[in-house]
Design a protein around this ligand. Sequence first.
Ligand SMILES: NC(=O)c1ccc[n+]([C@@H]2O[C@H](COP(=O)([O-])OP(=O)(O)OC[C@H]3O[C@@H](n4cnc5c(N)ncnc54)[C@H](OP(=O)(O)O)[C@@H]3O)[C@@H](O)[C@H]2O)c1
Length: 285
Amino acid sequence: MGKILITGATGNVGRYTAEYLLGAGEEVKAASKSKDKVTKLFGNAAEYCEFDFQRPETFDGALKETDRVFLMRPPQMGNPEELYPFLDAVKKKGDIRLVVFLSLQGAEKNPMPPHHKIEKYMIHTSLPYCFMRPGFFMQNLSGVHAFEIKYFDRIVVPAGKSLTGFIDARDIGDISGMVLSRPEGHEEKAYEITGPEAIDYYKAAEILSQELGRKITYTEVSPGKALYYWTHIRGLDEEYSKVMNMLYRLTRMGMAKTVTDDFEKITGRKARSFQEFARENRESW
Ligand SMILES: NC(=O)c1ccc[n+]([C@@H]2O[C@H](COP(=O)([O-])OP(=O)(O)OC[C@H]3O[C@@H](n4cnc5c(N)ncnc54)[C@H](OP(=O)(O)O)[C@@H]3O)[C@@H](O)[C@H]2O)c1
């Protein structure tokens, strides 16, 4: 078999997908704009390849000798069409057996997030696809929202009292790696993957308080104020913040609360709980 190209190999999910595949003895090409980041994460175990969705001249080199692809949409790329040139290059290569696309829970029903159109484009262009549709990542709380937890002992997100079936990005990496490693039977499939339970952010704060040994509270904030805060006060990327805001609006409407057993069906084990995640990631807060 050929090599496996991992886009977003330095990101939340790509790094665990690559880790899983390296552990399974696969040859991995880790795509990034930065060789240093790849070397820091994988040493010499993964092959670095320079890659940028916005620079088509990097596509051929990245795809060389590969026959499977892990595809993610960088969070700041809000326009789905920005991914089409790379998808066209994958199609043109002709011998790619499977593209696992990191989509989003409910993407098939909801035309607003960019993932909807990307999925449609992959189907329309007859790419051999498998859609991985995860719920909210637990890593949002150890990543973008860690700042308020670490410095102010607060979770600040515009999720209201809604429930979320959080999943650990490590689990998404594991299942994506498993599917890429043995692609047979996963073509034209879509998996909706969540953690073992749906919790609200009050519960998340309670679990963090237990694990960190200090009181963490959840502060409900309106989507409008959150967007202003992220872009004008935190200085986060505007496109990134807009997509994140839209996803929290959907969460408020109850769209993130569904819990499924797709993860267990494919991997044969239970997904990690929020408690396990909090324990393993204490140093983030
Ligand atoms: N967060 C959630 O709760 C959630 C839930 C469901 C779905 N999703 C989806 O998951 C995706 C994000 O995955 P993630 O969290 O693993 O990503 P992430 O950690 O935010 O990582 C960003 C990655 O994107 C790469 N990247 C940035 N700009 C790029 C460009 N122009 N060309 C190629 N690569 C580029 C970066 O690579 P370098 O900087 O190394 O080049 C980095 O590896 C999004 O599409 C998001 O909508 C997220």
